[in-house]
Design a protein around this ligand. Structure first.
Ligand SMILES: [Cu+2]
Length: 117
């Protein structure tokens, strides 16, 4: 019975710790991208047309400067212009629309987004 109580307490602690840590982990990617250079992984680049489409889509946004896509490694590098900022959700929305247009399982969800400099 004592072991069971101890187990319950330990399980409870682990559960609480997970609840406390989850929002921190979820917030890791910045919600607003400020001026700077970023790198990210792209979830699914499925054909030779995806790279140019991602580049065209992102460069079409006034806040974003040059974009380069590495289709082999499924990564994208881009810059947010000086004195500009863009919400990640807005950028992702544009990319999702582009991926939908591409079809064939393309998914331009940005993963592992990091500020490069
Ligand atoms: Cu494609």
């Amino acid at each position: 019975m004592k072991t069971r109580t101890l187990l319950a307490v330990v399980t409870g602690f682990i559960f609480l710790a997970m609840i406390a840590v989850a929002p921190i982990a979820a917030q890791k990617a910045p919600e607003v991208l400020k001026t700077g250079e970023y790198t990210a992984k792209v979830k699914a680049i499925t054909c030779g047309g995806c790279g140019p489409l991602i580049k065209r889509t992102m460069e079409g946004m006034k806040e974003i400067g040059s974009v380069s896509v590495d289709s082999t490694n499924k990564t994208v590098q881009f810059a947010v212009k000086k004195d500009a900022s863009i919400k990640l959700v807005d950028l992702q929305k544009a990319l999702d629309a582009a991926a939908k247009g591409m079809g064939m399982g393309a998914d331009y969800t940005l993963l592992d987004l990091k500020l490069a400099k």
